[in-house]
Write a protein that binds this ligand. Sequence first.
Ligand SMILES: [Fe+2]
Length: 283
Amino acid sequence: MTMQVEKLDASFGAQVTGVALGSISDTGFDQIYDLWLEHALLVFPGQHLTKGEQEAFASRFGELEFELSPIGNVKKDGTLRVDDDSDNVVQILKGNEGWHYDSTYMEIQALATVFTAHRVPSKGGQTGWADMRSAYTALKDDLKIKIEDLSAFHSLYHSQRKIGHDPKTGSGYGFDNQQPPLRPLVKIHPETGLPALLIGRHAYDIAGLTEHESERLLGELTNFACQPPRLYIHSWTVGDAVLWDNRCLMHRAYPWDFSEAREMWLARIAGNPQTESGSAVSL
Ligand SMILES: [Fe+2]
């Protein structure tokens, strides 16, 4: 097989064919790793990875943040979850329709994710990504100067409350009453050295700004950043696998009708404590 790489119609991302991720060689993995650093998002159609293969491929990037997990509306017993706002899982799925980075609300921001499609709805349920490297580059110089020394707190409690969900401590991942980490608005990628906007739905309360100023600035930055050509929205086909860099791309889910099944599997790879830790601040 010869690997073929075709750039997506966006400032980032590529589709890769002619490779079997489930049995990839060390040399093949090195090629994928370099492509991932360059394009930040890689789409691999037709992989049909088993859960073991997905876990093994993701683990080549580093330890998983938590075990391989299903995402969607298919419950363990195979029945479909009802679209009910009193269900914590439904509220998290809805929250994920806002632009975000994964685990910025934890002590260590995630490194990357390998995401696979197993059952997909006939419409909706896409995933979108936005390129925070080119978003930063496209900012006007005065805005770059304004944000260069700013930092925001990140919290999953905060982002869920914004959509009307008041999560109880201990009710799920990210709800352990952890202290919100403070993260700079501009993150330097530890491997490429490129700056990227570090914003998203979990970010709030920029240090030194009022709550209102902070909301306004974060909103303006997100609205500006998540626009073409910095945007790619993927409509899933069963068998697709996607790998993205959570140090420079934001992502979001799109809604679908819960009468149809959407079953995705997620391998979230843990970030490097040296470069993906937020600062803990005494409140
Ligand atoms: Fe996410």
